[in-house]
Design a protein around this ligand. Structure first.
Ligand code: DX5
Ligand code: ZN
Length: 215
């Protein structure tokens, strides 16, 4: 069964508590929390104080996706705010190995996100230090964009790399996941589906999460 990680970027920011309760009642496994700094990506979302409050509103896993430059500066603060998984962008980390050791030593699971143009092969020498690879299937920065079909090729390549090394690294797909394309994404080898608009713009978000989970 896939892991479903609804993205709160598409939630109602005036009533986050209600959307947190909705996810708590649902079959969602993780809360996907998108942090944007207006520098790494051309958008600004939310940060530490909001995550601190979300942390108090759920016992589910908080999967924090940092779309920021210099993530090492803030890793400890995100741990304190309640992150269970901390994902940094490959493109934002000159010293990725050091960054991942820092995240591990703080007691979080390590995630690395790749932009659509970044080849999965670049992870060959670091894959054993990564708990989760987040393949961006849109250009990061905004919810509600169209899934980039080439992502399916990247999923298959990454899956093969993981199996060749006997690892258990999660493959998370982020951006443009819908009820229509989710099956092909899972068939390619992904095991975590992020869904923002598909969940929160649905008439029945709980049923939509259940439908993704049942795929
Ligand atoms: C985009 C974010 C995504 C976003 C996905 O930069 O990383 O997590 O919320 O939204 P949808 O599912 O609407 O494409
Ligand atoms: Zn994300």
């Amino acid at each position: 069964m896939p892991i479903i990680a609804p993205s709160l970027l598409s939630a109602n920011f005036l009533n986050l508590q209600k959307d947190c309760e909705l996810l708590n009642e649902s079959e969602a496994d993780w809360f996907h929390l998108d942090v944007m700094d207006g520098s790494f990506v051309p958008n600004i979302s939310f940060g530490l104080p909001v995550i601190e409050h979300i942390r108090k509103a759920t016992n589910k896993i908080c999967d924090v996706h940092l779309m920021i430059v210099e993530p090492a500066k803030y890793a400890e603060a995100f741990k304190k705010a309640g992150a269970d998984i901390l994902t940094v962008h490959y493109e934002a980390c000159t010293h990725l190995h050091r960054n991942l050791q820092q995240i591990k030593s703080l007691g979080m699971r390590t995630g690395v996100a790749l932009n659509p143009h970044t080849p999965v092969q670049l992870l060959a020498d670091i894959l054993h230090d990564i708990d989760l690879v987040c393949l961006m299937s849109v250009n990061p920065g905004f919810g509600g964009q169209q899934f980039i079909p080439h992502t399916l090729v990247k999923i298959r390549q990454l899956k093969q790399m993981i199996e060749e090394r006997n690892l258990h690294t999660h493959i998370e797909i982020d951006g443009g996941v819908t009820l229509q394309n989710a099956k092909s994404i899972l068939d390619a080898g992904a095991d975590v589906l992020v869904a923002g608009n598909t969940v929160f713009k649905a008439e029945d978000p709980i049923a939509t999460i259940a439908a993704l989970k049942a795929l």
